[in-house]
Design a protein around this ligand. Structure first.
Ligand code: ADP
Ligand code: MG
Length: 698
């Protein structure tokens, strides 16, 4: 980095020690470079004037042109204020000052034409603009520019560094940069993608004259950011592939074969077979496998995981499977025990609630190799858990399992264990490319045969009676029904009350002994929960009233209706997961989303998306748009990426472009030795060295 860019921020004219301290504390701005990279998050068009009549439709800063027709001071003491009636051809609006208005009062001229700028607020039924910027129109230069708007904080604001204050110091800096910004993309890339130079982009992004400036400068900067990120990820993948030696699983042995040939209850789907083939190729290569399997709810990932673990066992290794919650881990344990019940394979469960004594025995079994398959929660990667020879780790339903965690797993064994990550919430392509850019990806895009698409319906509270009628018809056909209530930690009590009220209403509409109802919620003792679940699983009850504890695990193929109460309180991926609890048998299944009458736009969109599609990928795309990558991948992981300008939920196109380019370049010049790529090489060495905890890169 050049000396200019690393100059401490307090040396900038107009900053000084006090403001510098605040900039560091509040915005992490330490140097000139940090300030340059504090990009505007939007722009205001200063060449455009709104009219007073438009104000109800403008909910941002606005610029008006007109005259002051009356000036009036009102109130006493602290509630004193100055009100100016401001008029244009379309109407009148109040401009209001609460402070320092003596000066304004003596300087404002009645009937003079002004340009004013500010943010309209509604007060009762009338619109006003508090503390507008005022300029006599005759002295307004024709401003063509767009005004940048910067993130600031309250503390910075009080020190004069609100958005406009930041704009001022940024301009100071911009004036000094010509000739001082080194280009960091090779010329051939600039040419081919018609990109602005770095210097020009930095100037224009802070100081655009027109929309084209904004568009071109942000594109250049986003492209650069994403291109470097993708190059980094592909390089890591390359390095992992050549450096990280993995156990070679040469043979398909007894465990695998005897299960596959004698105990597999059904034929694998084409997609399951294809994914297994990918896996076998990986574990045969001599390198560590790093593979992500995406497969919608119910696509049969557990079985793929099991077969993969058997492969490890056949090659003298132990295998572990990690799930995000205790319920899910236990469910996997039960399922896998059941699959393997006739085979001499030692399977164990380890969760946070495994007792000390049991844990001690388990640790011993893992160290001497007696325990062959370990299933558990995060507890199983704790340092105290040592294996004799861990060869395979399956990670289920963890899209938050990122690069750093994988690095930790690698150190569990002398030979890095193979890693298989499975997810049922498909990750939008652009996110997968970024968060899992260094993984290989397989997709199970086929459901086991006999599944019928689930019909999803959105109903309002007013339809409840008809809903009960429908439920009775389904029960008469011999089907079972889930009714799920939200469970949100903060209002547990409220949720519990809702659940109980719902249960009572259902009990009245579906009286005993004709109808039998199960209920499961977080306050039940584990054995009672188990008992209630079992009654439903065995078909002894018709309706299962539950909180979201039902979300993971249960598999009752005869259940054909999923009713989700207060569906507007669930996120999209959770709704999709819940829906995946039905449609598991051969019967036609339904998912009914019950909501209140008044829905926010966003909730409405969630309901519409659910009704429209069963495709987990499409749902994931919408979810990304609604929630943003931070919520989907975890803010910490998103934070790791440290993106300054690109937005993964909006810039998917640029991600693809950047990835393609990075791939082409590395295919031709894998170690970036060509002359034309020296700039890249230099940047990449810096990046890879600056994030050592990201992986074991030698
Ligand atoms: P998920 O991918 O959501 O983890 P599961 O592994 O739980 O899905 O599988 C869902 C259901 O489908 C289970 O009951 C499982 O036994 C069954 N299943 C898995 N593979 C097949 C197959 N090839 N044919 C029929 N049923 C299958
Ligand atoms: Mg699963």
């Amino acid at each position: 980095m050049s000396e200019f860019l690393t100059t401490p921020i307090e040396f900038l004219k107009g900053v000084g020690p006090q403001k510098a301290e605040l900039l560091k504390k509040e915005l992490n701005i330490f140097s000139y470079q940090d300030l340059l990279l504090h990009f505007p998050f939007r722009y205001i068009d200063r060449s455009f004037y709104h009219q007073v009549a438009d104000l109800p439709y403008v909910n941002t800063y606005t610029q008006l042109k007109g005259r002051i027709v009356q000036l009036q001071e009102t109130g006493i003491g602290r509630s004193k204020k100055l009100i100016a009636k401001f008029q244009d051809a379309t109407g009148v609006i109040d401009l209001i000052w609460f402070q320092n208005f003596q000066w304004i009062k003596s300087n404002l001229k009645i009937h003079q034409e002004y340009q004013i700028f500010g943010r309209p607020k509604i007060y009762g039924n009338t619109w006003n603009i508090p503390h507008p910027e005022m300029m006599e129109f005759s002295s307004v230069k024709i401003i063509e520019g767009f005004q940048p708007v910067y993130h600031s904080t309250e503390k910075l604001g009080t020190a004069g560094l609100h958005s406009k204050g930041i704009e001022k110091i940024v301009r100071q800096l911009i004036e000094q940069i010509p000739g001082k910004i080194r280009e960091n993309l090779p010329q051939y890339i600039l040419n081919h993608h018609q990109l602005m130079s770095k210097e020009r982009a930095l100037i224009k992004v802070h100081y655009p004259l027109n929309e084209q400036d904004i568009q071109q400068s942000t594109f250049r900067l986003k492209f650069e950011e994403l291109f470097y990120l993708q190059t980094e990820l592909l390089l890591r993948k390359q390095i992992t592939a050549t450096k990280s030696i993995g156990g070679v699983f040469k043979s398909v042995g007894n465990h695998f074969l005897s299960f596959y040939e004698h105990h597999l209850p059904f034929e694998l789907t084409g997609a399951q077979k294809r994914v297994l083939k990918d896996i076998r190729k990986d574990v045969h290569s001599g390198h560590q496998m790093n593979r992500l399997i995406q497969g919608d709810v119910g696509s049969g990932k557990t079985l793929v995981a099991l077969l993969t673990m058997l492969l490890a066992l056949d090659n003298g290794c132990q295998a572990a499977m990690m799930a995000p919650t205790e319920i899910l881990a236990t469910q996997h344990y039960v399922t896998i025990k059941e699959f393997l019940k006739d085979l001499p394979i030692e399977v164990a469960l380890l969760t946070g609630s495994t007792r000390v004594k049991a844990r001690r025995i388990l640790h011993e079994g893992l160290q001497n190799g007696k325990v062959q398959i370990l299933i558990g929660t995060h507890a199983l990667i704790e340092d105290t858990v040592q294996f004799q020879n861990l060869g395979m780790v399956i990670i289920d339903e963890q899209h938050r399992f990122g690069v750093a965690q994988r690095a930790k797993l690698r150190s569990k064994n002398t030979l890095a264990p193979h890693i298989l990550i499975m997810t049922a919430t498909p990750i939008p392509r652009t996110l997968a490319m970024t968060f899992y850019g260094d993984l290989d990806v397989s997709t199970i895009d086929e459901l086991p045969p006999g599944r019928k698409p689930i019909t999803t319906i959105h109903r309002f509270e007013s339809h409840r009676l008809r809903l009960f009628g429908f439920m009775k018809e389904e029960i008469a056909k011999g089907r079972q029904i889930y009714v799920v209530y939200p469970l949100i930690q903060e209002s547990e009590k409220l949720d519990y009350n809702n659940l109980m009220q719902g249960y009572e209403a259902i009990s009245r509409a579906f009286p005993m002994p004709t109808y039998q109802i199960s209920m499961v919620h977080g306050k039940l003792k584990p054995e009672d929960k188990e008992f209630e679940m079992q009654r439903f699983v065995k078909g002894e009850t018709h309706i299962m009233v539950a909180t979201t504890v039902i979300e993971v695990g249960v598999n009752v193929p005869n259940a054909s209706v999923m009713i989700i109460e207060s569906a507007e309180r669930f996120g999209l991926s959770q709704l999709h997961q819940l829906r995946g609890r039905v449609g598991r048998g051969a019967e036609k299944s339904y998912c009914i989303l019950m909501t209140g009458d008044k829905l926010s736009k966003e909730s409405q969109l969630r309901m519409e998306t659910m009704v429209e599609t069963n495709d987990g990928f499409k749902i994931a795309e919408v979810d990304l748009k609604l929630r943003g990558p931070g919520d989907i991948m975890g803010t910490q992981q998103s934070g790791d990426l440290n993106l300054k300008i690109a937005d993964l939920s909006k810039d998917g196109q640029i991600v693809m472009l950047a990835r393609d380019l990075a791939r082409q370049i590395l295919a031709k010049d894998p170690s970036l030795t060509a002359d034309e790529n020296q700039i890249l090489r230099h940047e990449m060495i810096n990046v890879l060295n600056s994030k050592p905890n990201w992986g074991s890169i030698g």
